[in-house]
Ligand binder design. Structure first.
Ligand code: SF4
Length: 338
């Protein structure tokens, strides 16, 4: 019943909303892009089940039933000279994390082997740098080459800003994908980071693609941006044509400027955001990353039926996460494959 007590008008409104969502789904399935305004209408819907169902249909059509499972290793932790206000690894904030310099090759090989044995299809080496010093970059190249030779798992990396020459070297070593996130909408970026520009991030994203690496580029939602700014980020990402988009949900970390952010996203906000991002990027791996367990508890499976088709498993850079076998059981339980 609507506010006037009129059932019939309310039913018409629900019917037209469902019909709009299905029309948008058909548009996407036919290979056409939705507009910013259409995405806004989708995001404002209360018909979450229909939105999730349609996002799931798009996901299955373009991406099949496979869920991409990735393990991360924090190969160099903390002391990053940038001031990203969500990040526990920034040298600007006292967050109490364990800080260490670049892990030795043997340790990284061992962790890659554990990831493979645990069921991960890819292994991402992440380092907290603005960009690696030459000595560390050479050591990382040696570690990547040993992992490729001795473990045989897909290797991805996230090393900060890149030059074309370095990106080309990583490509030649067999790195598949380079992660560099836009973090947030361009119109909100200055509220989150002052030590570099949004354009610096876009430049690295373009460089790694030019070098022939696949691009993994996403961001963090729930940092105080508006729903429209979440869409702005999605459209900026879509312009870069990334192969993978990691979607993190802010965990306010003690010691960071965002530690007191208390208007956290609801489960509905998260499901709707991911579902609409699927309409915007139908063929990309949408990977639900940091914040999955913190925000959604054991409801992560619903996201995999509402547009997402990838997860990070086994923990994150500075927070723990589900064990691999728990995530693999979850995926099988909903009829998807790893
Ligand atoms: S550049 Fe990366 S590691 Fe450094 S503070 Fe920003 S998000 Fe954290």
């Amino acid at each position: 019943m609507n506010d006037d007590g009129d059932w019939s008008n309310n039913n018409i409104s629900i019917t037209s909303t469902i019909s709009f969502i299905e029309k948008m789904m058909e548009k996407v399935m036919a290979g056409q892009d939705i507009s910013f305004q259409e995405a806004q209408t989708l995001l404002s819907t209360r018909e979450i089940l229909t939105l999730a169902r349609c996002a799931n249909i798009i996901t299955r059509k373009f991406n099949g039933d496979i869920v991409d499972i990735e393990s991360l290793v924090n190969a160099k932790s903390g002391n990053c000279p940038e001031d990203c206000s969500f990040c526990a690894q920034s040298a600007f904030y006292d967050t109490g994390i364990s800080k260490y310099s670049l892990l030795p090759t043997e340790k990284l090989v061992e962790q890659a082997r554990n990831a493979k044995e645990g069921g991960s299809t890819s292994f991402c080496l992440v380092c907290a740098y603005r960009s690696p010093p030459d000595k560390d970059f050479e050591q990382l190249c040696e570690s990547i080459s040993q992992i490729k030779k001795r473990v045989g798992i897909e290797v991805n990396v996230s090393l900060g800003f890149m030059t074309f020459e370095r990106a080309l070297k990583l490509k030649r070593l067999g790195v598949k994908r380079y992660n560099h996130n836009l973090e947030t909408a361009k119109s909100y970026f200055a509220q989150i980071c002052q030590t570099h520009e949004y354009q610096d991030r876009v430049n690295t994203a373009k460089i790694v693609k030019e070098a022939g690496l696949e691009l993994c580029c996403g961001g963090i939602i729930g940092m105080g941006e508006s729903p429209s700014q979440r869409l702005e980020l999605a459209f900026s990402l879509a312009d870069l044509k990334p192969d993978e988009v990691p979607i993190n949900i802010l965990i306010p970390r003690a010691g960071t400027p965002l530690m007191f952010r208390n208007n956290l996203l609801t489960d509905d906000d998260i499901v709707k955001t991911i579902a609409v991002w699927r309409f915007i990027m139908p063929k990309t791996i949408l990977k639900i990353a940091g914040g999955r367990e913190f925000h959604l508890r054991d409801n992560g499976k619903y996201i995999l039926q509402a547009g997402a088709n990838g997860i990070i498993s086994g923990g994150y850079l500075t927070t723990g996460g589900n064990k691999h076998n728990k995530d693999i059981e979850m995926i099988k339980e909903i009829g998807l494959k790893v």
